[in-house]
Design a protein around this ligand. Structure first.
Ligand SMILES: [Zn+2]
Length: 78
């Protein structure tokens, strides 16, 4: 199966949808607020991570489904 090993998970602002980019070496942990550079709102770290996780799972699901389809295509050809 051909599953991309890199799933792009974008962490986005819950208020305006802009990509959240903290300082490169910033370490956030549960309960922190991540300030959006776009709208200035503070994003709750836990909520942002939950949303990112869901999006990542969707991407992974799509990738797996695509890979399974490809596998069956290969099987039918034989
Ligand atoms: Zn924002």
């Amino acid at each position: 199966m051909n599953i991309p090993d890199k799933i792009n998970i974008a962490v986005v602002c819950l208020f305006c949808g802009a990509a959240l980019e903290g300082p490169e070496n910033a370490v956030y942990s549960s309960g922190d607020l991540i300030k959006c550079a776009q709208c200035g709102e503070g994003n709750d770290y836990d909520s942002v991570v939950e949303v990112a996780k869901e999006k990542g799972m969707e991407q992974l699901k799509g990738a797996v489904q695509g890979a399974i389809k490809e596998t069956f295509k290969g099987l039918l050809k034989r």
